[in-house]
Design a binder for this molecule. Sequence first.
Ligand code: PLP
Length: 385
Amino acid sequence: MEATLSIPFNKPYLTGKETHYIYQAVQSGKISGDGMFTKKCHTFFEERFGFKKCLLTTSCTDALEMAAILLNIEPGDEVILPSYTFVSTANAFVLRGAKLVFADSQEGNPNMDVASIEALITPKTKAIVPVHYAGIACDMDAIMDLANSYNLFVVEDAAQAIDAYYTGRDGQRKPLGSIGHLAAFSFHETKNIMSGEGGMLLINDAQFANRAEVIREKGTNRSAFFRGEIDKYGWVDMGSSFLPSDILAAFLFAQLESLSEIQARRKEIWETYHTAFQPLAKAGKLSLPQLPAYASNNAHMYYLVCASLAERTALIEVLKAAGIMAVFHYLSLHTSPFYANKHDGRHLPNTDFYSDCLLRLPMFYELSLEDQARIIEVIVRFYQP
Ligand SMILES: *Cc1c(COP(=O)(O)O)cnc(C)c1O
C-alpha cells in the first residue's frame, strides 16, 4: 500500500534551543516584559542590522497599532496603503478613525505602485504605509521623496521583511524597516524567524523614541523609571500593554541565533523553485517573482502568478490531490465586506489580479529535497501535460 504523505504549506522550524532559553527565562524569576531575553533580542537586532531603537511587541499588529498612536492619527486623517495586504496594516489606522486610501499594486509586482501614490495625496494625508510583500522591497527612495515633499510619515509594514535589503540611489544597502520613520516586523509562526506570535516596532525617527516606550507600557513612564532616569512613575499618556513576556523573547532569541542558517536554507529552496520554473515562465505559461534591482531576496515566500483565477483553482486542486498544500493570499481590502462601502470606488485592477492569480508554494526550513522535487514535478506536469 502506498501512503500519500502530504506536504504542508508551512511548518514552523525549531532550532532546538527554544525550550532551553524558556527554561532559563522561567528560572530567572523575571518573566514579565523587558527581561534578559528581550534585551538580548534588542541587542541582536541593533548589532546585526544596525537598527536604532527596537521594541519587541506581542505581534506586528500591535507594532502597527503603536505606530498609528505615535503618529497621532485622528478621525479625518487619510492613510495611503496597498489594498493587497493583510488586514492588520489597515486595522491599525482604522482603529484611530483614519480613512484608508488604497493604492493599486504594480504591474508585475504585488507591491504598491509608487507612481500612483502622488495622485492620492490630499491635504488630509498623514502617512504612507508601504508593505514589502514577500520581503521584496518597495521603492523606498521614491516613497521617502514623496513623504519629504508633502510632509508625511512613512510606516514600513516589514512583517515579511526580516533580513531583506533595499539599495537606494546613494548606493547604500539598507535593511528594510530602517528607512521609514517607523517600521513593524512580525514573528508569527508563518514568518522566517518566529516565536509563535510576536512582533517588533522599529523607531528610526528619534522624536518617537520616548513616547513609544510609554505607549508600550500602558501609558506610563515605567521604562524610564527602571533605568533610574526618574524617581517615580505614573500615567503620562495613552497606551496599552504591547510588550511581550520574556518567555516569548527567549523563544525568539533561539531563532535569532540561527538566523543565518535559516536564511541560507530558505534561499536555497527559493532558488530551486525559481530555477525549475524558468522554462515555464519563458514559455509564457506563468509568471514568477520579479526582484527590482534595488531589492534583495530574503526568501520569505515563493509564489507563482497564474494566468487566471480558473487556472489557479485548477492548479490548487491538482496539487491538493498530490497531497501538496499551496495557498492563495490576500483578498483585496478595497472590496472586503468591511471596507467596500467606505472605499472611494476606484478600480484597482492589479490588486484584483494578484488576489485572483497569485499562488504560494510550500516554503519552510525542513522542506526536503524530495518533497520539493515532487512539488515542482506536479506543477511542471500541470503546465506541460
Ligand atoms: C504577518 C503579517 C502581519 C501581521 O503580523 P502579526 O505578527 O501576526 O500581527 C501584518 N502585515 C503583514 C504584511 C503580514 O504579512
